[in-house]
Design a protein around this ligand. Sequence first.
Ligand code: ADP
Ligand code: 5GP
Length: 184
Amino acid sequence: MARVFVITGPSGVGKGTLIRGLMARLPELELSVSATTRAPRAGERDGVDYHFLTREEFDRRVAQGEFVEHADYAGRSYGTLRSELEDRVRAGAPVVLEIEVQGARQVREALPEAVQVFIAPPSLEALRTRLTARGTDDSEEVERRLQVAEEELAAQPEFGHVVVNDRLEDALEQLTAIVSQELA
Ligand code: ADP
Ligand code: 5GP
């Protein structure tokens, strides 16, 4: 039975929003808290939104083999700690990972049974609008993320499931259907 769900896709596409909706509908899901070297945004809490690590701490943990996957994204490092994943998987809990595309590829190698869902935007313009409207990143950072997004969108055919997040309710319905089917 599939117990690990990887939700990937470009920044600003709505992964976090969809995962919040998914977890409200399927409360047995548990979210893996990633580690990152980026600074917390206003309102983000250490250990809840991310494990915020210094560069030295992140690199030390990489060297000690503590990550299932890790990747550089827009000049920062992000990764999934084994400790976040393994206890939950052992306990039989279904786990959701919200990660970018390079990390999703590494999980595909390490855990081929994981279900991978790529969330796609209706257009690059819509992605730009969402990243700008979210208001968490300055215009330089938005441009960096859009540049990465073009490469990430090219990876879409690698994924078993693709959900286009145009109307949020429709996308949430589709994502919930995919996950429910795997859990059944
Ligand atoms: P990600 O986690 O992929 O970076 P977010 O969930 O933070 O993306 O969403 C980015 C922004 O887009 C947020 O402001 C969110 O409210 C908005 N958003 C999400 N889904 C939609 C949608 N279907 N239509 C319009 N805006 C959306
Ligand atoms: P943000 O800075 O917007 O929180 O995240 C930037 C990107 O990093 C997003 O695409 C997000 O999905 C991705 N990300 C978050 N956590 C992880 C992780 O643990 N591993 C990888 N590979 N990417 C992550």
